[in-house]
Design a protein around this ligand. Structure first.
Ligand code: GKR
Ligand code: MG
Length: 432
């Protein structure tokens, strides 16, 4: 069997995404991803899913030759070749575009990590097929058979301003009662046990009211709120005063590690809730800085798509354990290949103690054979088949690629989309 890698296919796709509101603006009607297929000379194919913005597609194309001739087992060689081909340019600007970055998926300095992940997961999928073992076993075996996810609620409009297709079934979600209805619907459909509210959109009083309504409706559900750093330190402290005893963790209230530290030090005096982040501890350098400051952030919301893959996220878990910090998972709009990779990874990390984020309920399309993945009681069962345990539905891939070709979007732009609704919207942070 000739296992040398011969072809790398990178297919950009677009799928319907509802008008979800956040600190940067609003989701566009189409979310972008890319599907990676790595094929060996003997015809085996390993797959993965990652970001689909133009800059990511360019960097993936630049790095693809790194895989030529490698065996699926050559992860370390792949990583060093990718490093050589994709070093971030020293004069590269911090963020691409003017909007605030809600996840470091757009951060130039994450290019190497993002590409290593893109190839690593597909190579692990190949390894699993060859060893006839699920990816979770290649990662040391399952610490749990099912992985819990949380109900990820958003303030939202009923329809996109550009009306590219029929309105989604979730309706408008602005007032606290509507958020409770949204939670009921999501929990009924998926069985989630924890709830996260994406905030930083409306005046904090309105968002606090929504959270209090949720805690009344679901008194046993662990709750989180995430304004994506759109609150000042003073506002963050005022909000937590009103949410005393309500939150499981407080996610990215204030901007920057300094802002988070200022909030954390005050919270400690109040014997308070831990801070979690996917914005200020996003790589090992930032992890070290957090430690130097005495760990103001107590929970890292990891994401293998920009941390550099499944194995490095396992190492991150060890570090978190060493410093007595918690670990969970962040998400962006995604489909089933990403979800299943998250599931294998989360199952392999004994230290993971919180339900992971997922945007999955907000999507209704799929690219894997068999269609939408099924949650049981808010959790996904870790597949026991070889590799990732999912394969590509080639008709669906062609359809989603056709969406990409026709949707007219090439980079995620929540700010630009929001300006269609409100031309004066600045997206300046922190807004409140
Ligand atoms: O999808 O609008 C969104 C989220 O705000 C996303 O971009 C964030 O990266 O979910 C993310 C978070 O937890 O910050
Ligand atoms: Mg977050």
């Amino acid at each position: 069997m000739n296992l040398a890698i011969r072809h790398v296919r990178i297919t950009p796709i677009a799928f319907r995404d509802p008008p979800l509101l956040n600190a940067a603006g609003i989701h566009e009607p189409w979310a972008l991803r890319s599907v990676i297929e790595i094929e060996t000379a003997c015809g085996r194919v390993g797959i993965n899913e990652t970001y689909g913005d133009q800059s990511m597609l360019e960097v993936l194309a630049r790095a693809a030759p790194a895989l030529q001739g490698l065996s699926p087992w050559d992860l370390n060689v792949m990583e060093s070749r990718v490093q050589t081909l994709v070093q971030p340019a020293s004069n590269a600007s911090e963020f691409q575009g003017e909007q605030i970055s809600l996840a470091p998926g757009t951060h130039v300095s994450k290019n190497v990590a993002k590409v290593v992940n893109a190839f690593e997961v597909a190579m692990l999928d190949l390894q699993g097929q060859l060893a006839n073992a699920p990816v979770v076993d290649l990662l040391g075996g399952a610490a749990r058979d099912t992985v819990p996810f949380s109900a990820y609620l958003f303030f939202k409009y009923a329809e996109h301003i550009d009306h590219p297709y029929a309105a989604d079934p979730w309706g408008e979600g602005i007032q606290p009662e509507a958020l409770v209805v949204q939670a009921c619907r999501m929990i009924e459909q998926y069985g989630f046990k924890s709830i996260k509210l994406k905030a930083g959109v409306f005046p904090p009083e309105q968002e606090v009211a929504a959270l209090l309504a949720l805690t009344q409706a679901f008194p046993d559900a662990p709750l989180r709120i995430d304004p994506n750093a759109n609150w000042s330190v003073a506002t963050s402290l005022k909000v937590i005063e009103q949410l005393r005893g309500v939150l499981e963790y407080y996610e990215d209230p204030a901007p920057g590690l300094d802002g988070m530290a200022a909030v954390a030090y005050k919270l400690r005096e109040m014997g308070g809730v831990p801070l979690a982040t996917n914005m200020v501890v996003t790589d090992y350098k930032e992890f070290a800085e957090n430690v130097r400051l005495g760990c103001p952030v107590r929970i890292v919301l990891s994401d293998h798509h920009y941390w550099g893959g499944l194995r490095t996220t396992q190492q991150l878990a060890r570090l978190c354990q060493t410093f007595d910090m918690g670990l969970s998972m962040h998400s962006n709009s995604h489909l089933g290949i990403s979800l299943i990779a998250m599931t294998h990874l989360a199952a392999s990390v004994p230290h993971l103690a919180y339900a992971c984020d997922t945007h999955y309920p907000w999507q209704d399309e799929e690219v894997v054979q068999g269609g939408r993945l099924k949650f049981e009681n808010g959790s996904l069962r870790v597949p026991r088949g070889p590799g990732l345990g999912v394969t590509i539905d080639s008709e669906a891939l062609a359809r989603l690629h056709d969406n990409y070709l026709h949707c007219g979007i090439r980079n995620r732009d929540d700010l630009g989309q929001m300006r269609k609704y409100d031309p004066t919207f600045t997206g300046k942070q922190p807004r409140y």
